[in-house]
Design a protein around this ligand. Structure first.
Ligand SMILES: C[S@@+](CC[C@H](N)C(=O)[O-])C[C@H]1O[C@@H](n2cnc3c(N)ncnc32)[C@H](O)[C@@H]1O
Length: 254
């Protein structure tokens, strides 16, 4: 469950975002994509990041200040009820990463995103999907760690198999010519994985969702997990795929 930063950069490269453009990052969280966009649109362009979560927005603002990024601003808003100034069709690009899977009415959400785009403007989506889970040998500890993550996300109401539905969702929302790609995230015997960091960050959510008890989480010894998972892959000479990242570039019709 990597946040897919390198994948995001390739997707943004292919969306051909140019200097001077106006970009909207929906469900921006603490601003990772907003900052990648800010670099691309440059000082002649502008980025607005919107999110429901004020704590995440405060982190985004603090980071913008720390990094001296001045062409980005953040606003608390719900994508379904965007303020009039944002809902108007004036953005060249709208991005939305790891948000759609959590939304109950995905077509309605996508319609709102398309409404903010200029005719011919581009919607860029990235979603993570747990439909595929394969390994070249049995890896019980790795599989258990991934089960905790994805079962929690599912229990919170997310669609963890949204990837192959993206084409139909985009078309139903009025999008044109979606170009869709997917990439497997492969954990090899010698590569570090972000599993420990993710489980640390999700620990309270896992317990709140009833996926594991506090005692079970304690016995997992998260502080040494990555080392153990790497050793498990080494012992079995095995690679593991626990998720796919899907990317979409779609146009708003002229
Ligand atoms: C998994 S985070 C992804 C954050 C960021 N896009 C990223 O990839 O780093 C999902 C974000 O979507 C936001 N979100 C969920 N529903 C939303 C809505 N209806 N309107 C705006 N933001 C929303 C959440 O508050 C959260 O910050």
């Amino acid at each position: 469950m990597d946040n897919g930063g390198a994948f995001t950069d390739r997707l943004l490269d292919d969306a051909q975002i140019r200097s001077g453009q106006l970009a909207l990052d929906v469900g921006c969280g603490s601003g990772d994509i907003s900052f990648r966009l800010a670099e691309r649109v440059g000082s002649a362009g502008r980025v607005i990041g919107i999110d429901l979560n004020n704590d995440a927005l405060e982190r985004a603002e603090a980071q913008a200040l720390e990094r001296g990024i001045t062409n980005v601003s953040f606003l608390q808003a719900n994508l379904h009820t965007l303020p009039e100034s944002i809902r108007q069709p004036h953005f060249d690009v709208v991005t939305c990463r790891r948000v759609l899977m959590y939304l109950p009415d995905k077509v309605a959400a996508l319609r709102c995103l398309f409404e903010s785009l200029k005719p011919g403007g581009r919607l860029v989506l990235q979603e993570h999907d747990a439909s595929v889970s394969i390994s070249s040998a049995s890896l019980p500890e790795t599989e258990n760690a991934h089960r905790l993550i994805w079962d929690t996300v599912r229990a919170e109401g997310a669609d963890t198999k949204v990837g192959l539905k993206l084409h139909d969702l985009i078309i139903a929302a009025g999008g044109k010519r979606p170009s869709i790609r997917a990439e497997a995230v492969v954990q090899t015997p010698d590569q570090a994985s972000p599993t420990q960091m993710i489980l640390q960050a999700m620990r309270e959510r896992i317990v709140a969702a009833g996926v594991a008890s506090d005692e079970e989480m304690e016995s997992l010894d998260i502080a040494t997990l990555d080392e153990r998972l790497k050793q498990e892959r080494k012992d079995k000479q095995a690679s593991y795929v626990g998720e796919m990242i899907f990317g979409v570039i779609a146009e708003r019709p002229q």
